[in-house]
Design a protein around this ligand. Structure first.
Ligand SMILES: Cc1ncc(COP(=O)(O)O)c(C=O)c1O
Length: 383
């Protein structure tokens, strides 16, 4: 059956996999657990030979990831770190990368403690400062990796301006789009070359799945990434591919509600005496507010806030009743973390202090509960 293509992301999301099961017409695309496939004859293939190299359920998911991001090739991995690791394997000893300093601690850890050993060097910069990025590029630089909004301080990088630098200096431009998803931010259309996701977060959306994704804009580079994925093998199993397909169908609805609720919570936090600073790009005081309005379709569901002292931060975490004190983000349930100890614990303390990731900074992933209840929980926890 040939399928019409729709411009609306809401329609595309809901329709993922519909019409792809030609044998039965199943609306929900089936899970193919088979590890291997019978060949019709010597030198012949059904299109599937071995599940690491290709799987029908993963194919539907990977096509959907590419379509939603506006790329040509999507690849699904067993975690966001597996996606990043596979991407970093593209580089060779002697290569240099410029990377956001306000980024997920695990990305810092794999670069600093794993890829460093293989001769890949990194300069961390404030990617919200375009001139700092340009200044960090040297003749050995091969790529720029940007997480925007940043993690956990929510700094906003100018994707178009950074794309211009990458084009001029012939750098691969990688954007970690985990926080906003293609529903709110479309980096490939703004000049990026590759998107990376921790699909464990908003794409999965229900705190019940660990997955990662890469999406390439260029078919040749997509093929290169597929070669690396197939060679090293960190693929997403078919059962999890199916779960992620199901999750993606509600992504636009979820993202709209995350944005609405996070803004309400951020505005409320701003008025609290115990809160020294709120980091949310949807607040007009945020330095990335205007830029976010230009390059994104929403401000997302993530915010951080700093309370007066570390003891109060601990008190908040211990008193939470509705919000869970837990790592991760992007689920339907609200989650709060202490980045200095948890997600960013692998960043050296002096560096964390310089960045402002102190022990009184709390990060909140605003879920899909009634925002009034989230605010009431924060109110009692702040005491
Ligand atoms: C922005 C970002 N990128 C990548 C990762 C790594 O993804 P995963 O935990 O799925 O391996 C995370 C995890 O928290 C993240 O927050």
């Amino acid at each position: 059956m040939s399928k019409r293509t729709f411009s609306s992301l809401a329609t595309r999301s809901v329709q993922i996999g519909v019409g792809r099961d030609e044998k039965t017409g199943g609306i929900s695309f089936p899970i193919y657990p088979s590890a291997t496939y019978r060949h019709p004859g010597v030198g012949q293939s059904t299109g599937y030979d071995y599940t690491r190299s290709g799987n029908p359920t993963r194919q539907v998911l990977e096509d959907a990831l590419a379509e939603l991001e506006g790329g040509v090739r999507g690849l699904a991995f067993s975690s966001g770190m597996a996606a990043l690791t596979t991407l970093f394997l593209h580089f060779s000893s002697g290569d240099h990368l410029v990377v956001s300093e306000d980024l997920y601690g695990g990305t810092y850890r794999v670069l600093d403690q794993v890829f460093y050993k293989f001769g890949i060097s990194v300069t961390y910069v404030d990617t919200a400062n375009t001139s700092a990025v340009a200044a960090a590029v040297n003749p050995r630089t091969k790529a720029l990796l940007v997480e925007t909004p940043g993690n956990p301080l929510l700094g906003v990088a100018d994707i178009r301006a950074l794309a211009a630098i990458c084009q001029e200096r012939k750098l691969l431009f990688i954007v970690d789009n985990t926080f906003l998803t293609p529903i709110l931010q479309r980096p490939l259309e703004l000049g990026a070359d590759v998107i990376i996701h921790s699909a464990t977060k908003y794409l999965g959306g229900h705190s019940d799945l660990c997955a990662g994704a890469l999406v390439a804009k260029d078919p040749d580079f997509g093929e290169r990434l597929y070669f690396l994925q197939n060679s090293t093998g960190a693929i997403l199993p078919p059962q999890d591919c199916w779960l992620l397909i199901r999750s993606l169908k509600t992504l636009p609805l979820r993202m709209a509600r995350h944005c609405e609720s996070a803004l309400k919570v951020a505005q409320w936090l701003q008025k609290q005496a115990q809160v020294e600073k709120v980091y949310y790009p949807g607040l007009s005081e945020h330095p990335g507010y205007e830029l976010s309005k230009q390059q994104a379709l929403g401000f997302g569901g993530m915010l951080s806030f700093r309370v007066a002292d570390p003891r109060l931060a601990e008190q908040v975490l211990e008193r939470l009743q509705l919000i869970s004190f837990a790592e991760s983000l992007g689920g339907v349930e609200s989650l709060m973390t202490l980045p200095a100890v948890q997600t960013h614990g692998d960043i050296p303390e002096a560096e964390r202090q310089r960045l402002g990731i102190c022990n009184s900074l709390l990060r909140l992933s605003v879920g899909l509960e009634d925002p009034t209840d989230v605010i009431a929980d924060l109110e009692q926890a702040l005491g």
